[in-house]
Design a protein around this ligand. Structure first.
Ligand SMILES: N[C@@H](CCC(=O)N[C@@H](CS)C(=O)NCC(=O)O)C(=O)O
Length: 215
């Protein structure tokens, strides 16, 4: 099989890159990573060299190009069915996809106000209207899924749904907006996963600062 090559941007800031990366890393899927740092003042011109949309993440597999974080996860889940990216139970799988899509298309107030920033020291900021509504919905999803599965992840073992929420775990953590014991327990499970620790260590070692993402 051709090597899978995942194109990503800064580990400290690129929330969409984080999702397929942690899904593949946590589920033991072999891949090569290619990191190209953001260059926002210039409009990220180098991304066009490997990405049809000029955005990351993108997966190259032979001549195939796959963009959009969730499509990448779906592709590798089909390539490696034994890796368990999605829950085994069909109903659970459907709900995992529902909450993954809800994440992909929603929670804009939280995403706009609180950019992912792995190495940000914990501290509150003034939050615009709507952010705490997003947080409440996210906490309900996490609490409901962990109660149904028994945890520690949303569907018991780590799945693509956890990967889709990984950047949100960072946001609730570093902007100090999570309070409930159950939310904090889920965040601890995520932040102590070996794949998270690997991404975090690399984020901390990066030299780049992106002013647009320093809230
Ligand atoms: N819906 C896309 C979002 C991709 C996206 O917006 N990526 C950001 C980085 S996290 C990007 O490439 N931004 C560069 C730009 O807009 O120039 C996905 O799920 O992959």
């Amino acid at each position: 099989m051709d090597q899978l090559r995942l194109y990503i941007a800064n580990k400290n800031y690129s929330s969409w890159s984080f999702r397929p990366w942690i899904a593949m890393e946590a589920c033991g899927i072999p891949f090569e990573e290619v990191l190209t740092p953001f260059d926002f003042p210039a409009g990220n011109p180098r991304f066009r060299e490997f990405s049809p949309t000029g955005r990351v993440p993108v997966l190259h597999h032979g001549k195939l190009r796959i963009w959009e974080s969730l499509s990448i996860i779906e592709y590798v889940a089909e390539l490696f069915p034994q890796a368990g990216l999605w829950p085994q139970d069909r109903g659970d799988r459907a709900v995992a996809r529902s909450i993954s899509m809800e994440m992909l298309s929603g929670f804009r107030a939280l995403r706009n106000a609180c950019p992912m920033n792995i190495r940000r020291p914990k501290g509150r900021i003034e939050l615009p209207d709507g952010v705490m509504d997003d947080v409440a919905r996210i906490e309900t999803i996490w609490r409901t899924r962990r109660a149904a599965s028994g945890g520690p992840y949303l569907f018991g073992t780590f799945s693509a749904a956890d990967a889709m929420f990984a950047p949100v775990v960072n946001r609730l953590d570093v902007y100090d907006v999570a309070q409930s014991v159950d939310t904090l327990a889920y965040m601890t499970a995520m932040k102590t996963h070996p794949a998270w620790r690997k991404w975090e260590a690399a984020s901390r070692a990066e030299p780049w600062i992106v002013p647009e993402d320093e809230a």
